[in-house]
Structures are given as C-alpha cells and as structure tokens.
Design a protein around this ligand. Sequence first.
Ligand SMILES: [Cu+2]
Length: 318
Amino acid sequence: MGAISFARLLRLRGAVKVVAAAGVSFLLANALVANALVADVLVADALAEEGTEIKTEIKTGAQNWQTGFSAPASPVARQSFEFHDNLLQPIIVFICLFVFLLGGFICWRFAEKRNPTPSRTTHHSKLEVVWTLVPVAILVVLFVPSFNIMRAIEDVSEADLTVKATGHQWYWSYEYPDHDGLAFDSNLLTEDELKDKSKRLLQTDNALVLPVGSKVRVLVTATDVLHSWAVPRFGVKIDAVPGRLNETWLTADEKGVYYGFCTELCGAGHAYMPIEVHIVSKAEFVIWLRKAKERFATKSQPDLLADLLAARTDSAQQ
Ligand SMILES: [Cu+2]
C-alpha cells in the first residue's frame, strides 16, 4: 500500500460514500417533491364533471402529504405504478439506506483511534464476487416485470377505436379516422374563459372525448417541432415527432375528466398546450360524435389532401 495507509484509504472511501449517499438521498427527496407537485396539479381531477361517478376521494385528485402517483386509470398505468410502488421504490430506499449506514459505519469503525494498525488486505475474492453478483441479481429482478410492462405498452392490436393526436406550436389537434375523419383543434382556455378557476392551464376549448372501457389506439405525431403527448393517470407518455407516426394505447377504467401536458420542451408556449380527455359512456360517445361532426363540419380525406398540396405550393413559391 506504499505511502498511503489502508486505514486512511478506507476513511477516504467512507467519506466519499457518505457524500454519495447524501447526494442520492437529496435526489430521492427531490423526486418525491416533484411527484407531489404533479399530483397537486391533478387535483383538478377531483372536480370531475357533473354526472361523473366518483367512487372515493382517494381514487381522484391529490391528497395532503401525498408523495406517490395519482390514482391509475388504465391497465398500463396500474401495472407500471404497482411496479414502481411495490418493487422499484423499496429497492431504491433499501440501497440508499444500506450505502448511507455502511458509509457511516466505516467512518466510525475504521477511524484512526479505533483502528491504529490497519489491515494490509488489498483483495478479497469472495467479497468481490458477491458485490458484483448482488447488483446483477437486483437488475434481473427489475428487468423481468419492466419488460412485461413495456410489452403491454407496445401491444396496440385489436383496438376498438383509433384517434390521432398532432402536436403544433402550441396546441394539440385530434382526428378520428374511423369516424369520417372528424378533426378539430384543442386550444388552451384563457383565464377569462375558465369555468373553473382551479383548472387554470388545464382546460381546453375542445377536449378529446373517448368511450369508457374501449381500447383506444392513439397515433401521435407533430407538424413543427418535437412535442410529447402525456396523460399521467393513463400511464401514457409518447413523443410526437414531425414526419413520424408513433403509436400507443389506453383503456380508461372509469368515466371522468383526465388531464395531461406536453412533456417535450417545444418552445415559448410549451406550458400552454394541455391535454384534456373526457371519458364518457359508449352511448354518450355516440351522441357526442354526431354533434361533433356537425360542429366541426368534417373535412373529407380528399379535402385534407387538397389543403396539404395547396400549403406545399405556397411554401414552394416563397
Ligand atoms: Cu409541445
């Protein structure tokens, strides 16, 4: 070990570990606070529309001192939140505590006054094998359920309905290709237009309306820059990429109003393009479709194509 004694090295390592553990705890605490903030914003869910059944307080909206996710509202959300709450987070907390306590113990036990003649050991094969294999085992334990969830997220087969969400600077537009190409824009309501002041930056003029219990395939793209379509309670977050069509799906468990945000920094109006999804009964959905088709005077596919070509010619002339 030459000039530097093993005890001193150990003490140094102990200090490094304490600092590392403190850093990890700080990051963990930050993540918890961030979670709580998102949950706060989603308090709006508690004020779900009239006629919507709200089963319990806990199922909707935020709670005081809440640190976890909002209540899941789709199978994928339930699966991923359970994975986080029951497996991932306990392992993270355990590792943080373990490293923190181990660091503290090393600082105390191998201080110079308690350990004046340090051991000259520099290798310990068994210990080295253990501290390589234990992390590998932890990763394998995490890998299996997380792969199952990823597979579930990718499975867009046998959808009952398809909708397309397109990100623009700075609003979303929606299309229902199965229903005569019904299409409309969804813009943020300004402060004066809000019906409920607590839903500031969440309410839109035209919400995406979907039937409860149906498997909805969601196609996501963008026209200008990267956006991301995310509704936390459905466990959905998918990038909207210009020139590329991404797909995911959701099946809402319950009727209600759900909110989300653009989650890819997309410019000055990034915070002002919320996602508002109304989950209604199948009968209500049929009625809404009829009204929406009248209101938005559906453009047929040939019309849309003509618009596109006109826009291209315009930009070519400039
Ligand atoms: Cu955006």
